[in-house]
Design a protein around this ligand. Structure first.
Ligand SMILES: [Mn+2]
Length: 430
């Protein structure tokens, strides 16, 4: 398999075109921040050290339950997917790890590891799949998996999760994320209590198989594929799971898995306070689990989530190291471009949150000065931090403008010549 890479020389040539403007913008922003007693280079260093994992499934064109319209040069298998993830990391320097989904990405783990090393990539949390049936599967998940009424079906789902842990061990992963599609479409279809008991029993078996230095993330979702009830429907149930299973169990917050208008940043604060925030699946939404690009619809909400994270960092909360992952579906864009833009938006929210004057905010809160408290947040949010983001990329070998550099490289056309076009489109979210 030939290595198609965007060379460091090419990135440097492209960067040369925007360097003078960046230097000027960075210097102007540096002066502005200095007036508030902030050191721009210290912020840039922090931003350069902030990373988010790319989902392997995100580099393929997504779809809806109605249709999927394939893109050009789509990855054929996990090795192509890793190539695409390598490009995202090369240009953004924000995504050094990939989160795999089993069985979609099943391959010889040693080959996967070798390929990732060539590309300068590592592996983030492993994801199991008990929400669809594989071709050679003995028991169907049509009526559930870890909460299924049938013992053998539950056992099969448990074993699959344990297999994901085993594969992840070889790859150097340190976490397993479990999301199930279990639930019901009709009132009365399942017994809420019994199904949750069965789920907890199954999760105890998975938890027992975790290596000492691993974490278990459970992900809640209020609806879909089940439309009346889901077994792990909200953060309250998720918290009960993490509390029941033990110290290695944490809650994963997928930003799209809540009812519209839910105060997600407050959920994040609560989980931090009680030591159970495991991490995130970043995306955006307008109506439900729309899987839109992070920061594309409600960038202020993303900032408010990061405000809670930076606040915890600032307070030095013990053992605070949430996992950052993207979980999106790209239906109308080149997935590589969407993932690069999303990584940038996530870093933007982090950078803006770093600019919040926390001493002033705390004083306004204590003085019941609601207007100035909220203005303190807005002031940080309104700051255009793009020069910081671009400089963080440039200093670490990435592109000043990742999307423009990617387009200029012709990468998509090059891989399209190697990867045959996928004809037609079937339904499905992946
Ligand atoms: Mn998710």
């Amino acid at each position: 398999m030939p290595e198609i890479k965007i060379t460091a020389d090419f990135i440097a040539e492209e960067n040369a075109k925007g360097l003078a403007a960046l230097k000027s913008d960075y210097s102007a922003l540096g002066e502005k921040l200095a007036r508030s007693g902030m050191d721009i280079d210290a912020i840039t260093d922090k931003v350069a050290q902030f990373f988010v994992a790319v989902p392997s499934w995100g580099v393929g064109t997504g779809g809806t339950r109605f249709a999927r319209f394939p893109g050009q040069g789509e990855p054929r298998h996990i090795f192509d997917k890793l190539d695409d993830c390598g490009v995202i990391q090369q240009l953004t320097r924000a995504t050094p790890t990939v989160s795999l989904h089993i069985p979609w990405d099943k391959a010889d783990p040693n080959e996967l590891k070798a390929k990732a090393e060539v590309l300068g990539l590592g592996f983030d949390a492993m994801n199991s799949n008990t929400f669809s049936d594989g071709a050679d599967q003995a028991h169907s998940y049509k009526y559930g998996s870890l909460s299924h009424v049938d013992t053998a079906t539950r056992r099969q789902a448990i074993d699959h999760n344990i297999e994901c842990i085993e594969i992840g061990r070889v790859l150097g992963s340190k976490a397993l994320t479990v999301w199930i599609g279990d639930g019901s479409n009709f009132p009365g279809q399942v017994n809420f209590t019994k199904s949750f008991e069965r789920y907890l029993d199954a999760m105890r078996d998975i938890y027992k198989a975790l290596p000492e230095d691993w974490r278990l993330f459970t992900e809640h979702k209020m609806y879909e594929p089940a439309f009346y009830s889901t077994v792990v429907q909200d953060w309250g149930t998720n918290y009960l799971i993490a509390q029941t299973l033990g110290d290695k169990a944490y809650c994963l917050v997928d930003l799209g898995h809540h009812a519209p208008n839910t105060n997600i940043e407050m959920i994040v604060a609560r989980l931090i306070q009680f030591g159970k925030l495991g991490g995130f699946h970043f995306n955006d939404s307008k109506y439900g689990d729309d899987d839109l690009d992070a920061g594309s619809v409600e960038p202020y909400r993303l900032f408010l989530v990061f405000n809670e994270l930076v606040d915890a960092e600032h307070r030095g909360v013990e053992g605070f190291h949430p996992a950052h992952m993207i979980d999106q579906s790209h239906n109308v864009t080149d997935p590589i471009e969407s993932l690069m833009a999303s990584a940038n938006e996530i870093r933007r929210a982090y950078a803006q949150a770093l600019l919040v004057d926390r001493t002033a905010l705390s004083a306004f809160q204590d003085g019941n000065d609601a207007l100035m408290a909220t203005e303190t947040l807005k002031r940080a949010y309104r700051t255009d931090v793009e020069p910081i983001l671009a400089e963080a990329r440039r200093r670490t070998g990435g592109a000043i403008d990742p999307v423009a550099t990617y387009r200029a490289s012709g990468y998509r056309l090059k891989v399209a010549n190697e990867r045959p076009a996928v004809k037609g489109g079937s339904g499905g979210i992946v």
